[in-house]
Design a protein. Structure first.
Length: 183
């Protein structure tokens, strides 16, 4: 990853981690190399990351990252405090989104949170230019399909989730959604 990729990643992580409780058990979908877990430090009890580009399992003191795709690859037990998907949902085909939301509901404890960042549609064009200029690596940009951020509300809606927080950041180019598991 280039410096600008890492800067954008750290900004997303900073937005998300405000909503992760202390001593949380967190599943990070699209975990890369565990940067979210490392940034949580003492706030993290245990982390389980799933990353399709991970060549082999990565085990650290307070987390592990395994190769694969969520929800096919996930921990067997539930009662997790949070599931994070930072710049992930725009890569998930529409047909797979209901199963993704159901799996999040299944692994979370009641009151657990799904924390999602998704870019505005305009970001795809900006990232393509930045990648052309070799300023970013733009991981898996070819998977972007013009995801509409407002669809996040439909995917993670009632009766299984309720919206706790929505905001924009990075000059309105990115959206942060925080949902709470109901029932």
């Amino acid at each position: 990853m280039k410096a600008l990729d890492r800067f954008i990643q750290r900004w997303r992580i900073g937005q998300a981690k405000r909503f992760i409780p202390v001593q949380a058990r967190v599943i990070d979908v699209g975990a890369h190399e565990g940067e979210l877990f490392e940034s949580l430090g003492k706030k993290l009890q245990w982390g389980y990351g799933v990353e399709p580009l991970c060549p082999a399992a990565l085990l650290r003191d307070k987390f592990m990252v395994v190769p694969g795709y969520f929800p096919a690859q996930r921990p067997p037990e539930g009662n997790w405090d949070a599931v994070t998907m930072l710049a992930v949902l725009e890569h998930v085909p529409a047909a797979e989104q209901p199963a993704l939301a159901a799996a999040c509901h299944g692994v979370l404890k009641p009151g657990g949170r799904v924390i999602i960042t998704v870019p505005s549609k305009a970001v795809d064009h900006i990232l393509a230019v930045l990648r052309f200029l070799r300023l970013i690596d733009g991981m898996s940009l070819e998977e972007h399909y013009g995801f509409e951020p407002a669809d996040t509300l439909r995917i993670f809606g009632a009766p299984h989730f309720r919206l706790l927080h929505w905001s924009r950041f990075q000059g309105g180019l990115n959206h942060l959604f925080v949902f709470e598991r109901t029932g």
